[in-house]
Design a binder for this molecule. Structure first.
Ligand code: UDP
Length: 329
């Protein structure tokens, strides 16, 4: 007996595809939607034979129609890596704003509960540490990250407005740096960058002096937190992330140890507006959802490294395997 139908936007992406797996496992019918700009069909090809799984190739910043009932909508469509926002800034803004509006409208017409993927980037380069949900953030709206950060901030505002004005059932998750199998090796983010460099026998590129920090959460932990938040009755934003904070320089050293590479660390310029520190305060998630991360960085990195090692030579050397030009409007 199928529990209900769930729409997952960005369903072919890193997080979206793991959510598809989780909802299929929980006994739901999953409708995945993706325009495949940064998502990849290989992430969900193992689900295509299931009658409980459908895939729509669609850009959610255009009008979204799904026939039949929907119980839940999870809006995870968006470029999510700083180099992607730089390549496709307008689409990044559109999917967070127009896309969110379309999906809120769809949720309303279906009587569905919607969970939107927000981000620790709403805190910008934070002046409060660790970041609690009450912190309003320190975002440069016109900097290189502004297109993502402001789209996600608008997304939160729009989602709350639909909740207060239309009584829509909404949930907002603020996701901190997450890693695991199915990240794109060339997406520019630090973990695939370092592991890709190690596998190709290149030096590891640390930006700035490497003293900036991040806190990395393994994807299975994140998915568990999202699932619990969706099923809870809490409408205000909730941080989901692993508070285990590390400097990027120490992280590079961990990757060198993990991969056994003989390469060295080289230093590159520090990107504009790159947050200098980031760590989630997860008091709310613990209290409201009974959630906390279970997978240590050592364990999670081992699994992720195995995944990257299993990729073909072609995938390893494809630096920019997707041409974005056709999509620029
Ligand atoms: N970074 C780095 N070398 C790289 C890629 C990223 O030192 O090859 C740094 C980047 O400057 C940032 C951190 O790693 O301080 C995390 O970057 P990422 O793009 O993964 O995500 P962010 O948290 O900045 O959105």
């Amino acid at each position: 007996m199928v529990k209900g139908r769930v729409l997952i936007t960005g369903g072919a992406g890193f997080l979206g595809s793991h959510l598809c797996d989780r909802f299929i496992r929980e006994g739901y019918h999953v409708v995945a939607m993706d325009n495949l700009i940064t998502g990849e069909l290989k992430n969900i090809e193992h689900l295509f034979h299931l009658k409980e799984f459908e895939f729509y190739h669609h850009d959610v910043s255009k009008f979204v129609h799904v026939s039949g009932e929907l119980q839940y909508i999870l809006h995870f469509a968006s470029p999510a890596s700083p180099i992607d926002y730089l390549k496709i800034p307008i689409q990044t803004l559109k999917v967070g704003s127009l896309g969110t509006h379309n999906l809120l409208g769809l949720a309303r017409s279906k009587g569905a509960r919607i969970l939107v993927a927000s981000t620790s980037e709403v805190y910008g380069d934070p002046t409060v540490h660790p970041q609690t949900e009450e912190y309003y953030g320190n975002v440069n709206p016109v900097g290189p990250r502004g297109v993502y950060d402001e789209a996600k901030r608008f997304q939160e505002a729009m989602t709350m407005a639909y909740h207060t004005y239309h009584g829509l059932e909404t949930r907002i998750v603020r996701i901190f740096n997450t890693y695991g199998p199915r990240m794109r090796l060339n997406d520019g983010r630090v973990l695939p960058a370092f592991i890709g460099q190690a596998l190709r026998g290149e030096d590891l590129t640390v930006f700035g002096d490497g003293s900036q920090t991040r806190s990395f959460c393994y994807v299975d932990d994140l998915v568990e937190g999202i699932y619990r938040l969706l099923m809870s009755d809490y409408v205000m934003p909730v941080n989901i992330g692993n508070p285990d904070e590390i400097t990027i320089l120490d992280f590079a050293k961990e990757i060198i140890k993990l991969t056994g590479t003989q390469q060295k660390i080289v230093y590159k310029p520090f990107p504009k507006d790159d947050p200098k520190q980031r760590q989630p305060d997860i008091t709310k998630a613990k209290k409201l959802l009974g959630w906390e991360p279970k997978v240590s960085r050592a364990e999670g990195l081992k699994i992720t490294y195995q995944y990257f090692k299993s990729l073909s030579r072609d995938e390893l050397y494809q630096r920019d395997h997707k041409s974005f030009e056709g999509y620029i409007k």
